[in-house]
Write a protein that binds this ligand. Sequence first.
Ligand SMILES: *Cc1c(COP(=O)(O)O)cnc(C)c1O
Length: 223
Amino acid sequence: MQATVENPNQRLTEIKSQITSSARVANTEICQVNLIAVSKTRSIREIEPLIKSGQLVFGENRIEEAAEKWPEMKARYPDIQLHLIGRLQSGKVGGVGLFDVIHTVDRPSLIKALGKAMRDLGRQIPCFIQVNIGEEPQKGGCAIDALPEMLELARKDNIDIIGLMCIPPVGVEPAPYFALLAELAARHGLPNLSMGMSGDFETAIMLGATHVRIGTALFGERG
Ligand SMILES: *Cc1c(COP(=O)(O)O)cnc(C)c1O
C-alpha cells in the first residue's frame, strides 16, 4: 500500500474508516478491532502527532528500542498501551515490564521464562501465542500441532493467553491462513486474533481479526 509521508493523521482517519467497513462486512463490532500502530524504527517526533490525535495503542518489535523510546512517553501519556510484536529471546524477558500485551509467545522455554518474569514483576501481561501458520522453517511461531501443548504449559505457568497471532507467508493469498488461525482459536476457546498488517488488514478483519498491526500504511515506508 502506498502512503505519502506528509500526513499520518489523515492516514489514521483513512485506516480507521477501512477498519470500520471491513468490520461491517465481518459483522464484527467495530470496538472489537484494535488498531496497533507499529512504531518500530519511528522517532518520537513521528509518533507523537498520532498520540495527539487519539491513537494510544502502539507496537514495537524490539525490547531495546522500546526501552529507549517509550518510558518517557508512557509517563507523559498514561493511557498508552504498548504491544510487543517481535521475536522475544528468553534471556531478555526481564524487559517485558514495559509492555501491556505480548504477541509472540511461541516455545516452551519462553513460556517458562515469561512465567518467572511475570511473577517477579507481580503482574500478569496478557499474551498471544504466535503460530507458524505457513509452517515456514525461518519464521517464528509454534507448529500448529504444538498448540495444545503450548496452551497447557502456559496454563500451568499461570500465563494469561488471550488469543493467537500469525504472520502468513509473503507473496501468497493470506485469507486461508487467517481462516485457519481463526479456526484454531475457536477450537481452543480463545477470543482474540492478532492478524493483518498494512497490506492485508482488511482481509484479516473480514476473517475475524481483533488486533491488526499496521506500520507502513500509517507512517509510510520504513527507511
Ligand atoms: C513490522 C511488523 C508489522 C507492521 O508491518 P507493516 O507492513 O509495516 O504494516 C506487523 N507485525 C509485525 C510482527 C511486524 O514486525
